[in-house]
Design a protein around this ligand. Structure first.
Ligand SMILES: CC(C)(COP(=O)(O)OP(=O)(O)OC[C@H]1O[C@@H](n2cnc3c(N)ncnc32)[C@H](O)[C@@H]1OP(=O)(O)O)[C@@H](O)C(=O)NCCC(=O)NCCS
Length: 196
């Protein structure tokens, strides 16, 4: 994959999103290395709120060191490797999504999306879609032709949400150690498949 010099250029813009239900304005911005404490707190909040939705566990995340959170935020801030989108309202962080261009098992020119989460106070306002738009914008600027993500089969509502956004079941299944059920791999092409 050649590095796209434009990668991240559009994503660095701050976008203000009117949140119709709350009356607050919600801004989405890209994660910077110094955001590691905000990223840590939002990931821990996500595990507290929706442990059924995400791989891993709260105990594993709580055990991470400052150095490991700094590395994670640093990777998210390096738009050639990944992307982190952070949503904030008047109360603080209220949404997150991460993109990973280096995840193993992916086909060439594909990126993986992880940890989409919207705080309960902002759900149903369009923020989940806007976070997915933001991470997809990064993926396209990076040169991705497809986006893949995993949904626990017990999280049936979210399957419908991603279906509504144009993601399809790829038929692939992953098993996560120590967790019940399979993970359904969904995907969306950003560019039409080229004939071979
Ligand atoms: C999934 C989640 C991110 C959705 O965020 P949200 O902000 O409530 O969703 P939005 O308001 O942006 O919804 C976007 C669109 O999807 C639709 N939608 C939302 N949930 C849906 C569902 N369960 N079934 C069908 N459509 C759904 C909305 O009607 C909206 O449609 P529109 O844009 O055409 O009007 C949020 O519920 C969440 O954080 N859940 C817990 C964590 C989680 O499960 N994350 C996914 C990990 S794989």
């Amino acid at each position: 994959m050649s590095r796209n010099p434009q990668a991240g250029a559009m994503h660095d813009k701050e976008v203000t999103v009117p949140a119709s239900h709350s009356g607050d304005s919600v801004s989405i911005r890209s994660v910077q290395p110094e955001d590691w404490p905000i990223v840590r707190d939002v990931v821990l909040e996500m595990y507290n709120d929706a442990p059924y939705a995400i791989g891993g566990s709260l105990a594993e995340e709580e055990a991470l060191t400052e150095q490991e959170w700094r590395q994670y935020a640093g990777k998210l801030a390096d738009t050639t490797r990944g992307c982190g989108c952070l949503a904030e309202d008047a109360q603080g962080a209220c949404g997150f999504v991460a993109g990973d261009a280096e995840y193993p098992l992916l086909p060439p020119r594909a990126v993986a999306v992880f940890r989409l989460w919207v705080a309960p106070r902002q759900r149903g306002t369009g923020l989940g879609r806007r976070l997915m738009d933001a991470v997809t914008e990064w993926a396209a600027s990076w040169g991705a032709e497809q986006v893949a993500l995993g949904v626990k089969e017990t999280n049936a509502d979210v399957l419908k949400f991603y279906g509504h956004l144009g993601y399809e079941d790829t038929g692939m299944r992953l098993q996560v150690p120590n967790q019940p059920g399979n993970v359904i791999i969904m995907g969306r092409r950003l560019k039409p498949e080229q004939p071979t």
